[in-house]
Unconditional design. Structure first.
Length: 470
């Protein structure tokens, strides 16, 4: 309707502008989603139009230009709003970037400027992101407004005299800029790296080389209920979300373009750090009274810090998962590598590298399976059915390979993670990989909405098996 009625469009812009100036998160979320939809609608009309009507709603091109200026001004203001609002903006901007070609330079500059605030360009700093700059203290005495803005990831942990929450969803920002760069890569392959691409490249390369200790996280780091302990817990969880986002970028075609090594190898290295941080959080920090505060900047470290003395409580890690697209890409890569290895064995040739099925790569593969199942369960209707049709043949192929490997006396018998230092730690999931896969398959089949859909999924699975046998 807005394409044919300028008065309606003006009324919508006015309503969204009023919502944007309210302090509450809800109205601001409505505003950011509404403005993104208006931009997408504007780009659709421009694409479908021709000649004078290509940008000719209402008073012509001036109308579209006014809308663009209005929305771009709102986007700039959004970067100062609550983290939830910025996360929603980062989720919608890649679509706008892909469809509104004339806005790409402005969107790119805004995203680069925002990410540069937290990027540490000096190579003398091993950590490419200043995570502490993304964390903000919210004293309990500041009123209900501060309490309402606490991030949900931290609200259930370490309730104390003060709380810490994420001020900048830097993982969403990294995903957003990378998604925009992917459109440029598809449109102009082989072009020299732009400034945004060099920024993302620097972050990926240095995240690949960094470890948890480079972000101030060691076995002696204070993870207690003290202010410094809450800060360290927030940094650890935020680091995990950044690593998950970096893994998604690394396994995508953009990662192959930006990284000199294979993107999957970089993803396995970054997820090893994710596992290292998980182990630190589950350990709960130093277990002795004298150890609390030794690794952080807590002023109470000299007196033992109180909480956590004599025994540390396990802390839940971040609940960030891979996207469905990234999960499928990782699982498909593992299936292809297994097929190539099997063909090489049958031909009595040297087997190619199959790192994902090795002890240092299997944790990432497990995480991809869990992420795929979680994303599938969140979908509805035809999208859920399509996801199941894509995932089931891959998971069944992996389950068949895992079951065969389990009965092979020459197969690796350890189920461990290997950290960057070369030390092995127990896997976070003690179940055999075959069990993980079969449980995921069962969940996908049980999730079929009706018998007809289930029959279609089974038919797809049988077809895949017959093709594999052939």
């Amino acid at each position: 309707l807005t394409a044919h009625c300028k008065e309606l469009q003006d009324a919508m812009v006015l309503a969204l502008r009023k919502a944007a100036f309210l302090r509450d998160v809800g109205p601001r979320l409505v505003a950011v989603r509404g403005f993104v939809l208006l931009l997408l609608e504007d780009s659709t009309q421009a694409t479908e139009g021709s000649g004078e009507g290509a940008r000719g709603r209402g008073t012509g091109g001036a109308c579209a230009g006014q809308l663009d200026a209005e929305v771009l001004g709102f986007i700039k203001r959004c970067l100062t709003h609550q983290p939830e609002v910025r996360s929603s903006l980062y989720a919608g901007l890649p679509q706008v970037y892909a469809r509104c070609v004339h806005l790409r330079p402005v969107i790119s500059d805004l995203l680069v400027s925002q990410l540069s605030k937290f990027h540490q360009p000096s190579r003398s700093e091993p950590a490419p992101v200043d995570l502490s700059a993304c964390i903000v203290y919210a004293p309990a005495t500041s009123g209900t407004q501060a309490a309402a803005s606490l991030a949900s990831a931290f609200a259930s942990a370490h309730a104390g005299p003060s709380a810490v929450h994420t001020a900048e969803p830097v993982a969403h920002l990294l995903r957003c800029l990378s998604a925009c760069l992917s459109h440029d890569l598809r449109a102009m392959p082989g072009m020299p790296l732009s400034q945004p691409a060099e920024l993302v490249q620097d972050m990926l390369v240095r995240l690949r080389a960094a470890g948890a200790a480079d972000f101030g996280l060691t076995k002696q780091t204070d993870l207690s209920m003290s202010p410094s302990g809450q800060h360290n817990v927030a940094v650890a969880r935020l680091l995990q979300t950044v690593l998950v986002a970096a893994v998604e970028v690394a396994v995508a075609p953009l990662g192959e373009e930006l990284l000199s090594e294979q993107g999957m190898a970089a993803a396995m290295g970054m997820y090893a750090v994710h596992g290292e941080v998980t182990a630190l959080l589950k350990a709960g920090g130093p277990s002795t009274a004298g150890g609390v505060g030794a690794g952080g900047s807590s002023k109470g470290g000299k007196s033992g810090g109180g909480a956590g003395a004599g025994g540390s409580k396990a802390i839940a890690p971040s609940t960030a998962f891979l996207s469905l697209e990234s999960s499928v890409r990782i699982i498909r890569t593992a299936c292809a590598a297994a097929e190539q290895a099997a063909a090489a064995r049958d031909a009595h040739e040297a087997s190619p590298d199959d790192d994902l099925h090795q002890p240092h790569g299997e944790p990432l593969l497990r995480f991809a399976v869990h992420s795929a199942q979680r994303n599938h369960d969140a979908l509805q209707g035809q999208e859920r059915t399509a996801a199941a049709r894509t995932l089931l043949p891959l998971l069944m192929a992996e389950a068949d390979r895992a079951a065969t490997a389990a009965t092979d006396p020459t197969a690796a018998s350890k189920d461990v993670e290997t950290t960057k230092g070369g030390k092995e730690s127990a896997s976070r999931d003690p179940r055999p990989y075959t069990v993980v896969l079969l449980e995921a398959v069962e969940a996908l089949v049980r999730g079929a909405p009706d018998r007809a859909t289930l029959a279609s999924i089974v038919s797809t699975l049988n077809t895949a098996r017959e093709n594999g046998a052939a």
